[in-house]
Design a protein around this ligand. Structure first.
Ligand code: SF4
Length: 313
């Protein structure tokens, strides 16, 4: 009999639930057309559910002619907001507050005369937004190796994409500090990311195989798979339960499950059922990454794991 262990924190983070809530609220309070610029979050199944609720998606701003435009939870460059406004569109900016904090910190470092570095993935939406916020006045690096090709000044400031690994950030900061006189380093990784990653490590150490659920374009989901592998456990990244191959789990007595910050509960449940002979274990429960913080400050969490979307057509 196979045992299925779900990571102590998995799935929807605060920023993703907030973006979905704002999109649905906009739909309820407006009869006009609502279009998101790119996916609101990096999850195809969530995008399909939002489409069923009447929230369309477009890949470029020029093709949105009327109504409201929803901008990504991962943030956009200020120029995108201005362009949308100049087209006469109503702008719903669902940028996560943790991403806004990176924009603000990066701008402050530039204002204070620091050479700015950003640890992140150059092509990710969030990174493009941060680069735009400082008018391109930043060098994006993927890790310590890439520092070799960067000429550092006496004053260096560094921020990080919210989904980076804390260890990678620490390694980059340690390397820069060897040569830079005035270094200001801001760890702008969000708590949700860190919580998901720590829970994934803990889970991976208890199982023979790990299944990581989330959009194939989701950077934080891909990172969770890597983290499980680094913990010594073979890990597979799937969007849905249907992608799980029998050969992955045939020999395993223990299988772990975790999910990225844009993965709704219903997809996690389907995966757990697939692994647990068609049913959820009696003690099954999903804890979202921000749950303990939200409960501490507000007495409860508003994170419903996309439950309202699960009911959509
Ligand atoms: S992972 Fe963190 S920064 Fe990104 S949307 Fe979620 S809460 Fe916000």
């Amino acid at each position: 009999m196979r045992k299925v262990i779900v990571a102590k924190a998995a799935g929807f983070c605060y920023g993703v639930q907030r973006a979905v809530d704002m999109a649905l609220e906009a739909r309820r309070s407006s009869d006009g057309k609502i279009t998101s610029l790119g996916p609101i979050v990096h999850n195809n199944q969530v995008a399909s559910k939002l489409l069923a609720e009447g929230v369309e998606a477009a890949s470029d701003l020029g093709s949105i002619r009327e109504g409201s435009v929803i901008l990504s939870a991962h943030g956009v460059p200020p120029s995108t907001v201005k362009q949308a406004q100049s087209q006469g569109l109503r702008v719903l900016n669902v940028t996560c507050p943790f991403v806004t904090r990176v924009h603000r910190t990066a701008c402050q470092l530039i204002d204070q005369g620091y050479q700015l570095l950003l640890l992140g993935e150059a092509n990710h939406t969030e990174v493009r937004g941060i680069v735009g916020a400082v008018n391109g006045n930043v060098t994006v690096i993927g890790g310590v190796e890439e520092l070799k090709s960067v000429r550092l000044s006496r004053k260096v400031g560094i921020v990080t994409q919210t989904t980076q690994k804390a260890e990678d950030f620490a390694a980059v900061v340690a390397e820069i500090s060897k040569t830079v006189f005035d270094l200001r380093a801001f760890n702008t990784i969000c708590n949700a990311t860190d919580e998901l990653q720590q829970a994934a490590i803990e889970m991976a150490k208890q199982v023979e195989v790990a299944i990581v659920v989330g959009g194939k374009q989701s950077a934080n989901t891909a990172r969770l798979r890597l983290i499980c592998e680094e913990a010594g456990t073979p890990a597979y990244h799937v969007e849905t339960a249907a992608e799980i191959e029998d050969s992955w789990i045939a020999e395993a007595n223990t299988v772990g499950v975790t999910a990225g910050a844009s993965t709704p509960d219903w997809l996690i449940e389907e995966v757990v059922k697939r692994l647990n002979y068609g049913q959820l274990p009696s003690d099954f429960k999903i804890h979202h990454p921000d749950e303990s913080t939200m409960t501490k400050f507000f007495g409860s969490t508003a994170n419903k794991g996309g439950k309202e979307l699960a009911l959509a057509a």
